[in-house]
Every structure is written in C-alpha cells, then in structure tokens.
Design a protein around this ligand. Structure first.
Ligand SMILES: [Zn+2]
Length: 115
C-alpha cells in the first residue's frame, strides 16, 4: 500500500508548507521542487482518480482550475505563465494515491514535460 501523504497532511499528522487553503482545496509546496515554484493543489476530499471525481463530484474539475489560477496569481506567475500537470494512474507516474495537480513555474520551462 502506497502511503497517502496528503491525507496525513490534511489530518495534521504530517507537516507541510501550506501556501493557502479553503474548504475544498489545500495548496502546498512540493518537497522536491522541479521548478522555482512547484505547488501541489490537493482536494480536501480523497479521490483516487479522475474517474472517481467524475462519478462523485464533477464540479471539482472546474474548481481545481480556479484554485490553480488563484495560486498562480498569489505566486506572481500568472502573467508570465506556468504549467499544470496531472499524473493519472501507474503509467502516468502518479506517486501519491490522492488526486492532485502540480503547478510549476517561476522560470522558463522547456519542451519536456517537467523541464
Ligand atoms: Zn488521501
């Protein structure tokens, strides 16, 4: 069983560098940043997959982009641009089994997925 560090953070069992949070999402700094700014947008409710969100809370698909926009504005990178990444499933490179989105920016990102 892979550790769900996000549920542990949300329950206060593990520390994280929280940028901001609202009732539906927490935005935290990635502990292994792949760009000058590397944030994780984590839903408070645990979802395993995009398929599960589609079945249980489809409106979250819209809300997560609103949170990404707010995070980019607060990080000061909304004008210059940034990259959003979702790793879905084993082949997609998903490491933590709790749906989340990566926001990367703060420097020029190249044509490869990360840098
Ligand atoms: Zn979880």
């Amino acid at each position: 069983m892979i550790e769900d560090i996000f549920c542990e953070i949300l329950k206060g069992e593990r520390k994280a560098d929280v940028v901001f949070k609202d009732k539906d999402f927490w935005v935290i700094k990635d502990i292994n940043p792949q760009a000058n700014i590397h944030l994780l947008i984590v839903p408070v409710n645990h979802f395993d997959s995009i398929k599960e969100i589609k079945e249980k809370d489809e409106a979250m698909f819209g809300r997560i982009f609103q949170v990404a926009d707010r995070a980019a504005i607060e990080a000061g990178i909304d004008e210059k641009g940034y990259r959003l990444i979702l790793n879905e499933g084993q082949d997609g490179g998903k490491v933590v089994p709790h749906f989340h989105m990566h926001l990367l920016g703060g420097n020029k990102l190249g044509p490869k997925i990360v840098n």
